[in-house]
Structure formats: C-alpha cells, structure tokens
Design a protein around this ligand. Structure first.
Ligand code: NAP
Length: 281
C-alpha cells in the first residue's frame, strides 16, 4: 500500500482564508482589527523563524500583530509586567509567548499570568482544565490542528483505536482529550510504556509527539492507519519528523509529511483561536 499524503499546507491555507473573512467581519462590526501580541525573549534561531511565520500569517489573515522582543537577559518581572499591560489592552485579543523562554525565567509563571481569555495558545490551566471538562475554551493549537488533519481524510474518529505517543501538556495530553471527545478509544504512550510496538500496531489513528527523529518505524504501524507526525526535529539544518516517513508511507493509509503537515495547521489554529478570542471579548 502507498499512503495518501495529507497536505497540511493546503488545508491550513483554506482555514486561513475562512479566518480572514471572520477577521474582516470583526473589523467591520467593531471598528478595529483583531489583535495578536507576540512576545519573544532571547535569540533562539528556531523561535525567531516561528515568530516570523506567525506574524506573516497574521498579516495575510487581516489580524494585526504587535511584536515585543526582549534580549536573552530580560528579567521575569519585565516579561510579566508586559503581560499585565497586554491583558488590559483592548486592542489585543490574544497573547502569544514564544517558548522556550530563557532558562532563568519560570515559564509556568509567565504562561499563568496571561488572561485565560487571551491565552490563544491554550496553555493556561483554566483552558487546559476546561478542555478536560469538555467546556468551551481556547484549546491547544497543535492538537486542534491534528484533529482537523484527521477529519480531512474522511476517516471517522468515532470508535477508532487512537494511540498518542507523548504526554506533554502542550501536545500529548490535550491531543488525547480531543480524540476522546471525538469518541475514539484512546491510549497514551510515553517513555515508561512497555512494549510500545504492540500498542501502536493496534492504532487506527497514530499521533507521534515524541521529539525523537524518525522514532516510529514502519513495523510499528498498522496497515491502513492514519499517521499524524507532530515531530519537528532539526538535524544538520534539515527538519525531520518523529516518524520514518519512507517506511511509514508503505504501511499507512494516510500520513502527514514533515515539513508541510502539522506545522502549518498549528499556525492556522493559533489564528483561529485569536479570532475566537476577539469575537468572545
Ligand atoms: P516533550 O515535552 O519533550 O514530550 C515528549 C514526550 O515523548 C514525553 O511525554 C515523553 O515521555 C515521550 N517519549 C520520549 N521518549 C519516548 C520513548 N522512547 N517512548 C515513548 N515515549 C517517549 O515534547 P512536545 O513538546 O510534546 O513535542 C513533541 C514533538 O513535537 C517535538 O519534536 C516538538 O518539536 C514537536 N512539536 C511540533 C509542533 C508543530 O507545530 N508541528 C508543535 C509542538 C511540538 P515522558 O513524559 O515519559 O518523558
């Protein structure tokens, strides 16, 4: 079998088009643009690329972005003072703090300082808790993007065995919750999981969010499965997923490429959360 490649770029472009219409309607109604504040601290080259891409996507979707760049040695107080001001700023609907922050800054404290109504990354405990309870909330972007990618295949999630490899707060856990809400039977695997292969071989839907280059090999994949590769692992200037694409595409029914799969969808979901936050304000 040769799998169908799920084109995340194309799906993200379609969703960004819908978001643009919502952003324009918001402006017509409220007399101001939807606004996203983007906070960057330090010189991490990958973070700079991610921020640049997010700002460009905002412009294209008629969302106004406000950039705040701090040097590596910025104090935690300076960052939280800015967040306090952005929480009060009525032109700002969403606040994005690019991770990782410099090591001396407590990431958890900074993220919890963001008003849950403006937490467009969906990392705040209030949003994470509401997601778990099935309440209306701003859900984490990458898992939302993965759900859209799975839906785009036409494969129904309900009743399927879904396996998520990884249990981070920003990807693995919210991914498992969203799959559960879509009525999949969900297994979450992690570094202490025993006999991972026997678990992944039962997966009709397999989401890899491990952070290890080409960790998932072809022999771990059930024939015909939907494989979503969240991984972004940089080696010698090249980007690799968590799935060995060449092996996996022989076994899977559908598979996302890296790059061009989950990455563009994460940005599209960030924009969608931002417009939703504006409409809710
Ligand atoms: P993370 O916080 O490092 O979590 C990795 C998870 O993988 C952990 O739960 C860990 O288990 C598990 N794991 C590690 N080794 C394992 C093993 N041998 N067997 C099974 N599970 C194992 O990473 P993350 O933030 O979730 O990100 C995961 C990947 O997605 C990274 O490559 C990241 O760059 C990428 N990412 C991509 C996007 C995007 O937009 N495309 C967005 C976010 C992240 P323990 O909990 O037991 O340690």
């Amino acid at each position: 079998m040769n799998s169908k490649i799920i084109d995340g770029k194309e799906l993200a472009a379609k969703i960004r088009g819908e978001i643009k219409l919502r952003a324009e309607a918001f402006k017509a109604k409220r007399g101001r643009s939807v606004g996203l504040a983007v906070v960057l601290a330090g010189d991490d080259p990958a973070s700079k690329i991610y921020v640049r891409n997010k700002i460009a996507a905002c412009e294209e979707a008629s969302i106004r972005s406000y950039s705040y760049d701090f040097p590596e040695e910025v104090s935690e107080d300076a960052v939280t003072e800015l967040i306090d001001a952005l929480n009060k700023d009525t032109n700002v609907d969403g606040i994005l703090v690019q991770l990782p922050l410099p090591k001396h800054i407590n990431e958890k404290c900074v993220l919890e300082r963001i008003s849950p109504c403006k937490d467009v990354d969906g990392f705040h405990a209030v949003n994470a808790g509401n997601l778990l309870l099935g309440n209306k909330c701003l859900a984490a972007c990458t898992p939302q993007g993965c759900i859209e990618l799975i839906r785009s295949t036409g494969v129904t999630i309900e009743g399927k065995n879904a396996v998520v490899i990884g249990r981070s707060n920003i990807v693995g856990k919210p991914m498992a919750v969203l799959l559960l809400q879509n009525n999949a039977t969900v297994t979450v695997a992690h570094s202490k999981t025993v006999d991972l292969k026997s678990i992944t071989l039962r997966a009709d839907i397999l989401v890899a969010a491990v952070g290890i280059k080409e960790f998932v090999t072809g022999d771990m994949i059930k024939s015909g499965a939907v494989v979503i590769d969240v991984g972004m692992n940089r080696h010698d200037g090249k980007l690799y997923g968590d799935v060995n694409f060449e092996e996996a595409k022989i076994k899977a029914g559908f598979i996302t490429p890296v790059p061009g799969g989950v990455g563009p969808m994460t940005i599209a979901m960030l924009l969608r959360n931002t417009v939703t936050a504006a409409e809710n304000a």
